[in-house]
Design a protein around this ligand. Structure first.
Ligand SMILES: [Zn+2]
Length: 336
């Protein structure tokens, strides 16, 4: 069973390579000028005369875009440069403005409220950017932008934990902007209040997503969500994405298929871990979720929630891998 899946994925990858080569070839000819346009028409005619393509091959023609990793890294640098960004802080407000300023012209919505916590009341603001598609239904890609509250005065800057997830969504927005999707609508969600204010528990954590899941259950949005993809701590130069036992198995499988299609599977699912993260409130109300997270940040996760979580541990290559796999997964959910 397992090896059968692998060879199927390899075949799909080969089909993708052949098609991509064809597209690259056609684009190169297009740039070369009018003398080759006749050749292009010949290729188009020969393609049109072939037997109808399989659903998978057809989906490949609308291949998922690749992110600009240098730009994603630049966003990570800029977000991290604000310093600690816990809920209730001036830096948090600056980051909210930074995120929204990068979404000019997009459909932006807020889910803002006051959270009552063991450390007092805090404003919490989930930020959404909606990119409409032709198909009925929504795919959410989420990541938190707040940083650890208890570490707020320790020099903690959350380059990976908070920084990388904020940045990858900003870059994914660049890839979705300005064209109507031929697939489900994609909603990008910058979640807030993910971190505990004192000690992680069911009631001290996930403030933003618990609020939003309740709202989306009441207003019927939850039923329209085909997949909820979560990115957290995805910038580690030594990238090891967990298989999350608390996520939806078929969607985890699809993430792995997307990674395999792109040749990135060695960074995925060597370990299985049950992760508590922003997807849990949505899992509880029946939304299919996949948490894409690397909880092996430094030897035995030694940099997690410490002032060692700094930019020098991160790599644009890791942002490339995760950004591309998330987008590839979206395109594969479209084709299901
Ligand atoms: Zn954290």
């Amino acid at each position: 069973m397992k090896s059968g899946l692998k060879s199927a994925a390899r075949m799909a990858f080969l089909v993708a390579v052949v098609l991509l080569l064809g597209i690259a070839c056609a684009q190169g000819k297009h740039d070369a000028g009018a003398s080759v346009s006749a050749a292009r028409e010949t290729i188009a005619a020969s393609m049109a005369s072939e037997a109808p393509m399989s659903k998978m091959a057809a989906a490949e023609l609308g291949a998922a875009p690749r992110i600009n990793a240098a730009r994603a890294m630049q966003y990570t640098n800029e977000v991290t440069a604000f310093g600690a960004r816990p809920i209730g802080s001036a830096n948090h407000i600056k980051l909210e403005q930074y995120i929204v300023s990068h979404l000019k012209g997009d459909q932006v919505a807020d889910d803002a409220f006051i959270a009552d916590t063991v450390e007092g009341k805090f404003p919490v603001r989930n930020i959404l950017a909606k990119f409409p598609g032709t198909k009925e239904g929504i795919i959410v890609i989420a990541g938190h932008y707040d940083t650890n509250y208890p570490l707020r005065n320790t020099g903690f800057v959350g380059a990976n934990d908070g920084g990388s997830s904020t940045a990858i969504l900003l870059e994914i927005a660049n890839q979705l902007r300005g064209k109507k999707r031929d697939g489900y609508s994609v909603w990008l969600l910058w979640t807030d209040g993910e971190e505990a204010v004192k000690q992680w528990s069911a009631t001290d954590s996930l403030y933003g997503t618990r609020h939003l899941a309740e709202k989306w259950q009441k207003d019927g949005t939850a039923k329209q969500i085909k997949a909820f993809l979560l990115a957290d701590m995805i910038g580690d130069a030594d990238l090891n994405i967990e298989r999350d036992a608390n996520s939806t198995p078929w969607l985890e499988d699809l993430v792995y298929q997307a990674a395999t299609k792109l040749g990135y599977q060695s960074h995925f699912f060597a370990r299985t871990t049950g992760v508590e993260d922003d997807h849990l409130p949505f899992m509880k109300i029946g939304v299919p979720c996949a948490d894409v997270i690397d909880l092996d940040y430094g030897y035995e996760n030694v940099f997690h929630h410490t002032p060692q979580d700094t930019l020098d541990k991160l790599s644009p290559k890791s942002l490339q891998i995760v950004g591309d796999v998330l987008l590839q997964t979206v395109w594969m959910v479209d084709a299901r």
